[in-house]
Every structure is written in structure tokens, then in C-alpha cells.
Design a protein around this ligand. Structure first.
Ligand code: ADP
Length: 430
């Protein structure tokens, strides 16, 4: 029997014990009146506390105390502590959930949680960017309504998640995503999205590189083999023989140049950090101007521009080769009558070496790929101009080894500007 009930019965008994002598000695009605008044007082007391409990249960507050009277105090105290414990547990869980969500947000991979019908339950900010989702409005939406590429829809329908899906973003063609579907909590799915743009690009570059080297070397080799066959099979007079030998020599020089550039590239790639020669920039700019004039044979106006301030600290042969390639390209891709401007400017913040030309220019879509090996805007034009397609790859590698950035600005038909930006710690003698 509950403590509360025993107390109530005892109080009723006590009231009866007081009422009995009154009824016996005074009058029966007086005894009943005392008994009823006692019970009524008890009821008022209980109703008061009950009403208090009712009020509190509608809006339980744990920062203000819930106080009861008499035997109610113990009940209220236990209820209050229970409510307080519950709230503390909920707050702790909320904190843990918030931390888990924060961890999900911090992931560099995109994460989308889907229910059994492929409706979105949650996604982190990386996934929002990758798939153009907005969780605030997209929660509860079927994912196929928002990621509509047929290959993705097919992947979900097939439900064979043993291999990831490679998806090219429909917003930016350059972005490649790899999607893994991982089952969890029975029939729910966790979509993990990796941005593999860089790996995909490197893979493509490697494939292109092998194909390009083979192609670049095969062309002069085939020509050489053809000439050799002709020389072996056909009697030629002395002049014709000389002409054939001259053309063969041209092809072998071409092959030599390609192999030389490949060796330069691979030696730059595997070399230890560049030693710190002091490169006299005023001298180098002058030499580059003379080289440009030699290449141009007077067909261009060559301008060298420097205030003579600051020299570079780095591997001189690499820097000379990088700058030389930029100057040679400017002359090569500028029609006769054009201008090539070579400049060097340094200050305490850093320095810029730039080559600007008024040449054929480059369509913006080619610019991000120009420094890839063998990437050429116009293969025929480059070959005719004596290019190997490796010049800018060498430039980029040499510059990045000196913590310099290559900036390319170009307008087709107007000209190009290739600028190398060096950090302050590479500049000496200011
Ligand atoms: P290449 O040996 O073919 O010149 P590079 O790597 O030096 O190879 O340059 C890559 C491509 O970039 C060139 O084939 C050419 O299409 C383009 N290019 C480089 N420099 C210039 C320039 N100054 N003006 C126009 N196009 C340029």
C-alpha cells in the first residue's frame, strides 16, 4: 500500500477519533460535522497540491523549484529530479548528435543519407556543393528529382552498389565525382561522394602523355624509315641524295629535340630542390632580348624593360630555360611586324618576370591545359615553328620549384602575356 494512502487513512482515523467524543458528549450531529470538516480540509489540501502538479505537468520547469506541501513534497521532489535527469540526458544526446553532424560537415567527402525510398534525410555541406543541393529545402525530396543524370538514376534503379559510379557533374564539365552507396540501418543508404577530378585529370594526362610520346616520335621515325628505304632502293644523283639526307637530318634533329625536352622535364621532376645561385636579372634580360632578336631575324620589335632592381635566387639553368621558352614562344607565335616585350620588376613583396606579345593569342578554353605535356592549340603550327609541345610544361615545373606562379592572359588575335610571379624570399639585392 502506498505511503500516501496510509497517511490519508491515518488522518481519516484521527479525524474520526476527534469526532467520536464530540458526537458522544456534545451531540451526534456535532460529531459528524467535525468528521466531515476534517475530511474536507484533507481534500482541500490534496486538491491544492494536485492542482499545483497539474499546472507544472503542463509546462514542467526545471530551473524553478517544484514545491509541494506535506507528503506531496516527496512526490514533487522525485518528479522534479526525474524531469531534470531526463532533460540533462536529452541535452547530452543533443550535444552528441550536434557533434556527429559537425563531424559529418567537416568531412571533405560529400555525404548524403537516404531513406529506404531514396529520399534525402541529411547531407553535409560538401555534398551540397558537389550536387547543388540545399538541405534546408531538399530534405525529404527524392534524390533523383535533384540529381537527374540518367547514369545516376540507372545506378539507383539497378541497385548494384558493388562498384562506385563515376559521375561527371552536369554543372561543371571538369568536375568528376565518384559515388559509393553504402547500406546502413537495414534498408537506408549512405551516399559517399569523392571528388576525383584531380585523379581523373592526372589519369587522362598520363594516358595522353604515353600516346603523345609515341605519336611524336613515330612521325619523324616513319619519315626517316621512308627516306632510308628510298635511298636503299633508288639510284639517286648526288644533289638529290643530299636533299634527302638534309630532310633526314631535320627529322632526326626533331627527335633529338623531343628526347632532350623529355629528359629536361624528367630531370627537373626528380631533381632535389634548386640550389640558390644568384641570377643577375639585368644581364639575363639583356641575353633574352638578344636571343629573341636572333630567333626573330628582324621580323619583330623586341623590347626589354627593367629598372635593374632585384635579382633572383634559384637554379640558374632552370630559370634561364623557363624564361627562354617563354621568349621563344612569344617570337614563334607572333606574326612578322609584331612586338615582344620582356620585363622584370621586383619590390619587397615579390617580383614579376613577364613576356608579352602581340601575336595570335590563345582561346581561353585552352589556357588551363597549356602547361600539359604535348598540349598544343594548333599541332601543325607548333611543329612548323619547331615546337616540341613540352616548353610550357618545363616552364611550369621550373617555376613551381622556385615557388613561382605562372599567370597566362591571352586574347585571340590580340596577343598573350605570360608572367611568372616570384615570392619575396626569392628576391635578392633590392
Ligand atoms: P610548343 O613547343 O608547341 O610551343 P609549348 O608547351 O611551349 O609547346 O606551348 C604549348 C602551346 O601553347 C603551343 O603549342 C601554342 O599553341 C601555345 N602557346 C604558347 N605560347 C604562346 C604564345 N605566346 N602565343 C600563342 N600561343 C602560345
Amino acid at each position: 500500500m502506498s505511503e500516501q494512502l496510509i497517511r490519508a487513512l491515518l488522518l481519516a482515523l484521527l479525524t474520526a477519533l476527534i469526532a467520536l467524543p464530540v458526537g458522544y458528549f456534545v451531540a451526534q450531529w456535532a460529531g459528524w460535522s467535525v468528521f466531515c470538516a476534517g475530511l474536507a480540509l484533507q481534500m482541500v489540501f490534496h486538491f491544492r497540491n494536485f492542482a499545483r502538479l497539474e499546472r507544472w505537468s503542463k509546462a514542467p520547469v526545471v530551473d524553478g523549484n517544484l514545491e509541494g506541501e506535506g507528503s506531496w513534497d516527496g512526490i514533487f521532489g522525485r518528479l522534479y529530479r526525474h524531469e531534470k535527469d531526463l532533460r540533462e540526458q536529452i541535452a547530452k544526446r543533443d550535444k552528441e548528435i550536434a557533434m556527429l553532424i559537425e563531424a559529418g560537415q567537416a568531412l571533405t567527402d560529400g555525404v548524403v543519407l537516404l531513406d529506404q525510398n531514396n529520399h534525402i534525410l541529411f547531407c553535409n555541406t560538401t555534398a551540397e556543393t558537389q550536387l547543388a543541393l540545399v538541405i534546408r529545402t531538399d530534405r525529404g525530396q527524392p534524390i533523383v528529382n535533384l540529381v537527374r543524370q540518367p547514369e545516376f538514376v540507372h545506378y539507383l534503379q539497378e541497385a548494384d552498389f558493388s562498384r562506385p559510379l563515376t559521375l561527371r557533374s552536369d554543372r561543371s564539365e571538369d568536375r568528376v565525382l565518384s559515388i559509393y552507396m553504402i547500406p546502413y540501418a537495414g534498408d537506408r543508404r549512405l551516399m559517399q561522394i569523392k571528388d576525383v577530378t584531380q585523379t581523373d585529370r592526372l589519369d587522362r594526362m598520363r594516358r595522353d602523355f604515353v600516346a603523345n610520346v609515341s605519336h611524336e616520335l613515330r612521325t619523324p621515325l616513319t619519315v626517316l624509315a621512308g627516306f632510308l628505304e628510298t635511298l636503299q632502293e633508288i639510284e639517286l644523283d648526288r644533289d638529290e641524295r643530299q636533299r634527302y639526307l638534309g630532310m633526314m637530318s631535320e627529322q632526326s634533329t626533331r627527335m633529338e629535340m623531343i628526347v632532350q625536352d623529355l629528359l629536361t622535364l624528367s630531370s627537373i621532376e626528380s631533381a632535389p630542390p634548386p640550389q640558390n645561385d644568384i641570377v643577375d636579372m639585368a644581364n639575363l634580360i639583356d641575353k633574352l632580348r638578344r636571343d629573341a632578336e636572333g630567333l626573330s631575324h628582324g621580323r619583330h620589335t623586341i623590347i626589354a624593360e627593367t629598372d635593374g632592381r632585384g635579382d633572383l635566387s634559384g637554379a640558374e639553368p632552370e630559370l634561364v630555360s623557363a624564361f627562354g621558352n617563354l621568349v621563344a614562344n612569344a617570337v614563334r607565335y607572333t606574326p612578322p611586324g609584331g612586338t615582344v616585350r620582356i620585363s622584370w620588376h621586383a619590390n619587397a613583396q615579390g617580383a614579376e618576370f613577364a613576356v608579352q606579345d602581340s601575336g595570335i593569342g590563345i582561346d581561353p578554353k585552352h589556357i588551363p591545359r597549356l602547361t600539359e605535356r604535348f598540349y598544343r592549340v594548333d599541332r601543325g603550327r607548333s611543329r612548323d615553328a619547331g615546337g616540341t609541345g613540352l616548353g610550357l610544361a618545363i616552364v611550369k615545373h621550373s617555376l613551381s620549384r622556385h615557388q613561382a606562379q605562372l599567370e597566362i592572359k591571352s586574347t585571340p588575335g590580340v596577343g598573350s602575356r605570360f608572367a611568372a610571379h616570384f615570392p619575396a624570399n626569392r628576391i635578392v639585392g633590392l
